[in-house]
Design a protein around this ligand. Structure first.
Ligand SMILES: Cc1cc2nc3c(=O)[nH]c(=O)nc-3n(C[C@H](O)[C@H](O)[C@H](O)COP(=O)(O)OP(=O)(O)OC[C@H]3O[C@@H](n4cnc5c(N)ncnc54)[C@H](O)[C@@H]3O)c2cc1C
Length: 414
């Protein structure tokens, strides 16, 4: 069997499946991507509604991700860069904390911000210096503790943790107790220290759309797979497809009959988009709400991020609650007003993303090609194998593709 003869199928056109297809294409292989929904991108989605760009969750591309450099044309995405800072609101008071090494205007504001002690701010500086030097291999080989324990061990005060690290990393890890692995904390902190948080000018879905543009004619949308048995893929519509090599770029438990049905746990998030008369911050910046018992965690203004965009505020709610939609809307509106003196107008859209980030006992950087091979015919990809990030999703897609290529080129034919 050679390049032309191998039937290679990828299930799932999220960024992982797309990275797998691009890797195979670059090596001269043609693939078929099957995607159950009507668009590419999986969890990386933007709803365009009345001229508004409503991303499904506050999601940023850290441009220092090694996979972003490899799989994306960052320039063509026309990225908006977030300021390396946050505006923290506590009981109506505003504090700014930023990376003075990158933007000196934050030096004084950060020093006087009522967020933590001078010692805390010095420690942020030393941690940033340390993690810039620490390699990704070392980060992912360091024994894991929780992020909370890590911050306490590093000597940060309770005030600094509660007022800055907790809301900031809750917005990233999508869990409120900082129980996420310290490896993930170090990785994300490093990416923020050496690069920027960005959003494409057309919204976050521009990322998978750019990747899909390289795969003309290879993606079949609205095609749901029911089961994969050996070299046969059973579609939900009753059809079957023969496939010598299948990459499953989504959790495979429900798709492979004999795989242990361990139900994956997920972190969820709710996003509320409100129209507003507020001007915004005049720059793309993350707002944090650090008042006690607030459900609203982080927010930003879409008009700060997207050019000529209507005035819209996006608020993320991560904490668990029992409120009805209406009560939650009222609560978020009230918190914005009390904590940040921001008046939210009508609710434009509310989104609940139940399966936003996979949870992990232990996080890894990415799979090696060998680790992705499940059986002679079946390979696995997706972020859920390593850590919940665009970086891991893309790298695992690439690893699965490399494993397929190596099987074919080393003559391990099925
Ligand atoms: C709210 C939110 C915020 C996030 N924030 C960030 C962030 O700031 N930075 C960051 O790096 N990452 C972030 N992430 C994580 C990032 O989005 C994911 O790591 C990444 O998108 C996972 O890609 P994937 O291809 O592995 O999985 P998915 O995107 O889930 O793709 C799987 C695809 O498979 C398809 N599929 C599933 N079953 C079938 C089937 N039976 N047949 C056919 N197709 C099927 C699905 O429809 C989907 O398109 C965030 C995610 C969310 C939801």
């Amino acid at each position: 069997m050679n390049k032309e003869q191998s039937q290679i199928t990828i299930i799932g056109a999220g960024v992982s499946g797309l990275a797998a297809a691009i890797t195979l294409k670059n090596a001269g292989y043609k693939t078929q991507l099957l995607e159950q929904s009507s668009s590419v991108g999986g969890r990386v989605k933007t709803t365009l509604q009345d001229g508004l760009k409503l991303d499904h969750g506050f999601q940023v591309l850290l441009d220092a991700y090694p996979a972003a450099q490899e799989f994306l044309n960052l320039e063509a995405l026309n990225l908006t860069t977030f300021s390396p800072a946050s505006v923290v609101f506590i009981d109506g008071k505003k504090h700014e904390i930023g990376d003075a090494q990158r933007d000196f205007k934050f030096a004084w504001k950060t020093l006087i911000a009522g967020i933590g002690s001078l010692g805390d701010k010095w420690k942020v500086f030393t941690l940033s210096r340390k993690l810039k030097e620490k390699s990704l291999t070392d980060i992912f080989n360091t024994p894991e503790i929780t992020t909370l324990q890590y911050l306490q061990d590093y000597g940060f005060s309770e005030k600094m943790i509660q007022r800055f690290f907790k809301p900031f990393y809750t917005g990233i890890f999508l869990e409120t107790e900082l129980q996420t692995s310290s490896r993930m904390f170090e990785f994300v902190f490093k990416m923020f220290s050496i690069g920027n948080a960005t959003i494409p000018a057309a919204g976050i879905q521009a990322i998978p759309q750019q990747m899909a543009a390289q795969l003309h004619g290879q993606i079949k949308l609205n095609t749901s797979v029911q089961e994969v048995v050996g070299d046969t893929i059973h579609l939900s519509n009753g059809e079957t497809i023969q496939s010598d090599y299948t990459i499953i770029a989504t959790p495979a438990e429900g798709l492979i009959p004999n795989l242990p049905q361990i139900e994956k746990q997920w972190h969820s998030v709710q996003i509320l988009y409100f129209d507003t008369d507020e001007h915004g911050f005049d720059q793309p910046i993350i707002g944090l709400i650090a008042g006690e018992n607030c459900l609203s965690n982080n927010f930003h203004f879409l008009n700060d991020v997207f050019e000529n965009h209507a005035k819209v505020i996006s608020v993320s709610v991560v904490a668990k609650h029992q409120l009805t939609d209406k009560k939650l809307e009222e609560r978020v509106r009230q918190e914005l007003e009390e904590q940040a003196h921001i008046k939210a107008g009508d609710l434009i859209k509310s989104m609940e993303i139940k399966k936003a980030l996979p949870t992990f006992e232990s996080v890894q950087y990415a799979m090696t090609p060998t680790e992705t091979q499940l059986t002679q015919n079946i390979f696995l990809a997706g972020d859920q194998l390593s850590n919940g990030s665009l970086n891991a999703a893309m790298l695992n897609g690439k690893a699965a593709a490399q494993a397929v290529i190596s099987n074919i080129e080393n003559g391990i034919f099925v």
